[in-house]
Structures are given as structure tokens and as C-alpha cells.
Write a protein that binds this ligand. Structure first.
Ligand code: SF4
Length: 103
């Protein structure tokens, strides 16, 4: 699911984002979700309630088997990822940390 930056990408990342150096993204090659439809991790605009909760539980169950769960969650926290399930953590679960970060 997660994508690497293209080869030859810029050498300096925008502030707050990880460097585009390949070693900073290699964990994605070992992701349990690398061949999974990203829609499992990101809510459609109209998705709410039980449907959203059910999708998130499925995503979290896959994350629970993932060998790079820690790297994924760390990445999402580091960049202030606002959407989707990353490292088994939903956007709502990351919200308090995101708000603290914006203060
Ligand atoms: S922890 Fe979950 S979202 Fe992150 S790479 Fe693994 S399966 Fe994908």
C-alpha cells in the first residue's frame, strides 16, 4: 500500500517530512499491506459509523501481523499523518497527538 518516492527524487524533504533517502522508506517493502488495496486503510468520504469501524478493525487486524508496524506508526506520528490507519492506529486515535503537535 505505502509507496516509495520515485528514484532520483529531491534530496531534501519539506520540513516535518522524512528524508527521501531510500533507507528511510525501505520498511515499506516488508509491509503486510504492500499488495493490499489502500481503501482498507482510508475511509471513503461518505463512510461513517459501523461501516467505518468494521473497515478499521479489518485494517488493524492486518497491522497486527505486520513486521513493520512500529516503523509505520512512527512514520505516521512523525509526519502528522491525518488520515488512515497506520501501524494499527486510526486517525481518531492519533488525533490527541496531532492536536498537541499543532500547539
Ligand atoms: S502496520 Fe499496517 S498500515 Fe502499516 S505497513 Fe503494516 S500493514 Fe501496512
Amino acid at each position: 500500500m505505502r509507496r516509495k518516492p520515485p528514484a532520483g527524487a529531491v534530496s531534501k524533504a519539506p520540513e516535518g517530512l522524512p528524508s527521501p533517502l531510500l533507507e528511510n522508506w525501505e520498511w515499506q517493502d516488508r509491509a503486510a499491506c504492500k499488495d493490499v488495496n489502500p481503501e482498507l486503510f482510508f475511509a471513503a468520504e461518505s463512510e461513517r459509523g459501523l461501516r467505518k469501524r468494521a473497515r478499521e478493525l479489518l485494517a488493524k487486524s492486518l497491522c497486527g501481523t505486520c513486521p513493520v508496524r512500529r516503523e509505520c506508526a512512527t512514520h505516521a506520528a512523525a509526519v502528522g499523518e491525518m488520515y488512515g490507519v497506520w501501524g494499527g492506529v486510526t486517525e481518531e486515535e492519533r488525533e490527541p497527538a496531532l492536536h498537541a503537535r499543532q500547539r
